[in-house]
Design a protein around this ligand. Structure first.
Ligand SMILES: Nc1ncnc2c1ncn2[C@@H]1O[C@H](COP(=O)(O)OP(=O)(O)O)[C@@H](O)[C@H]1O
Ligand SMILES: [Mg+2]
Length: 266
């Protein structure tokens, strides 16, 4: 196996990376700063970015950083299920037995949120991931459920996240009410070429290898063919390691990167 050949203790681009071990790119730091600000204002925040840029991983870091005696984090991947399933899930995660009718369910969710915030002094934090395909009706429902005392206060934090098209959807006329209530919005950009190099070294180091395994031209080729998206960088470099091992070489060069991108379809 390539891992023992190079001396890795685990696969360097293992998905299960501990959230405290994430690479701190400029975009990553910026997202966390925005979310920190959202902690003080509460209300709605928006984070968009292309697939594999690091949205979900960074939100996990934020969620893990919150003190559980002050915040209750609820994460909803929105790609599957109906909106009714989501409202029920929302009520359920707030400790309620979901009511059957939509209107009652909305009241129930609102009451559970105010109870949590006013009586128990815990801020509920909702993370709605993969929101790019949300319907206009659903976005409208959100602006109703999360409207407290005629929008005078925000006893919650709600982070909407998804592909860049989500920002366009929110800008449409019928979704303006939600759009105008966003406290912070951020577009997550990919790693710069320098960050790609540091990112790979960072992940190698955490997998137990500190020596250099990649030459300069190869770093450039990796950066340009992946566009700096961490998920693609991981797939490509893993493929490079496999090929380098098959050839029994000790350094990844440009030629290997090209062969690996063809195989990995990047
Ligand atoms: N800052 C980072 N440090 C380490 N790995 C990262 C980082 N950002 C992204 N990744 C890796 O890239 C992959 C894609 O990230 P993810 O957060 O799922 O992207 P998105 O949610 O934007 O599609 C994950 O496997 C993750 O491990
Ligand atoms: Mg994601």
């Amino acid at each position: 196996m390539y891992k023992s050949f190079f001396g890795f203790q685990q696969a360097p681009f293992d998905k299960g990376i501990d959230s405290s071990m994430l690479f701190q790119s400029e975009a990553y730091k910026e997202v966390l700063a925005r979310l920190d600000y959202l902690k003080t204002t509460r209300g709605f925040g928006l984070i968009t970015g292309d697939p594999g840029v690091g949205k979900t991983s960074t939100l996990r870091v934020f969620a893990d950083s919150l003190n559980p005696s002050l915040y209750k984090v609820m994460y909803f991947p929105m790609s599957s299920g109906t909106t009714m399933d989501f409202y029920r899930g929302l009520a359920f995660s707030l400790g309620e037995q979901p009511k059957f009718r939509k209107v009652e369910l909305f009241f129930q969710i609102q009451n559970a949120i105010t109870d949590l915030y006013d009586k128990r002094r815990i801020t509920p934090v909702f993370i709605l991931d993969e929101m790019q395909s949300a319907s206009a009706q659903f976005l409208h429902d959100l602006s109703i459920i999360f409207n407290f005392d005629m929008d005078k206060r925000n006893p919650f934090i709600l982070i909407l996240t998804g592909l860049p098209t989500l920002a366009n959807r929110l800008a449409l006329n019928q979704n303006r009410s939600l759009d105008q209530r966003l406290v912070t919005r951020f577009h997550f950009s990919p790693l710069t070429p320098d960050e790609v190099r540091d990112y790979i070294k960072h992940r190698f180091r955490h997998a137990g290898v500190s020596r250099n395994l990649i030459n300069e031209n190869a770093y450039e080729a990796i950066s340009s063919s992946t566009g700096g998206y961490p998920r693609l960088v991981g797939n490509l470099v893993t493929q490079c390691l496999i090929l380098t091992f098959q050839k029994q070489r000790d350094l990844i060069d440009e030629e290997i990167v090209f062969a690996a991108s063809a195989e990995a379809g990047i």
